[in-house]
Design a protein around this ligand. Structure first.
Ligand SMILES: [Zn+2]
Length: 307
């Protein structure tokens, strides 16, 4: 199953191609993402002064087309929805597996839909870009139970003070569905404090779980995620693996002649985003084995706080 957790570029880029190639894979996203109003909204936002959504639109139409071509229907995630369940072939007694979505909450879904209606460009008024906070609260948090172990995938979910929104709602849904504590956690929102809820660690996770963080390097240095404070907090919670290094400030050294001619030709050079690593976790179901963790550089495990 391929899941579009939410519609931000850093989570959906390349997804259209993936859905095309993996012909028998199921596809899942939040209810809002493939509905007519949303596509119309993205289309309208894809032109003119705030044309930042063109790439997204391309991904969505690719996904749409690929699904239609071989008669697949999207599964729509929401709180406590079983997206898939199956049995381990060789062990039917203790081998039940289940993929459960824990969000978006009804309240967040309602507010997101309302936002789309409000944001539709109106005649003679400028387009505004959508609030990204609202979008993160609509991301799909997943709980995957595989026989005797569980994995929590936190997407970009954030904390909201209302009980029916964000992590508060996820925690309620998880309690209602009696999910088992997970030993692996894909840390929410790139390790940011806005995705940190203390109860995630006490109610949804085993002590000292394996924490996987995907850094977000596209913001200015001061806003890159995770911050050093985030890293310290996460090291206090479990084993911490970053899928790529936090990019450093140091830019590439070039020959002075090259620098000069670039300047004279008014060419501005921008560093590409850092390379992406990978982590792989394997374990035999129903065994006493621990997870076998493989880290492919530049992914790295952080051992102590980088000071
Ligand atoms: Zn993100």
């Amino acid at each position: 199953m391929i899941v579009a957790t939410h519609w931000h570029d850093d989570h959906i880029r390349g997804l259209g191609r993936l859905v095309e190639v993996c012909k028998s894979a199921k596809f899942c996203c939040a209810k809002t993402l493939l509905n007519v109003e949303f596509i119309a909204f993205v289309t309208q936002m894809a032109t003119g002064s705030v044309a930042t959504h063109g790439a997204k639109l391309r991904e969505f139409s690719k996904i749409f087309k690929a699904l239609q071509q071989n008669g697949r229907t999207a599964k729509y995630a929401s709180g406590s929805r079983i997206l898939m369940s199956w049995l381990l072939a060789d062990n039917e007694k203790n081998g039940s597996c289940r993929l459960l979505s824990l969000s978006p909450s009804d309240r967040d879904f309602e507010l997101f839909t309302q936002m789309i209606v409000d944001m539709q460009p109106k005649p003679n008024s400028p387009k505004r870009s959508a609030s990204s906070r609202n979008e993160n609260l609509n991301s799909v948090v997943l709980h995957l139970s595989l026989a005797d172990c569980s994995i929590l995938l936190g997407a970009d979910m954030e904390v909201h003070h209302e009980q029916e929104r964000g992590w508060n709602s996820v925690l309620t849904e998880a309690a209602n569905s009696t999910v088992t504590p997970s030993s692996i956690y894909k840390v929410a929102h790139h390790g940011s404090v806005t995705g940190h809820h203390e109860e995630i660690w006490s109610a949804l996770l085993h002590p000292r779980p394996i924490c996987l963080v995907t850094p977000f390097n596209r913001l200015p240095e001061s806003k890159k995620l995770p911050t050093e404070v985030d890293i310290d907090r996460l090291l206090g919670k479990g084993r911490l693996i970053l899928t790529s290094p936090r990019s450093s400030k140091k830019s590439k050294q070039r020959d002075p002649a090259v620098v000069r001619s670039l300047r004279e030709s008014q060419i501005v050079i921008r560093e590409l985003t850092s390379a992406i690593g990978m982590t792989r976790l394997r374990r035999k179901a129903n065994s006493v084995q621990h997870w076998n963790l493989e880290i492919f550089p530049p992914a790295q495990e952080l051992i102590s706080s980088p000071k």
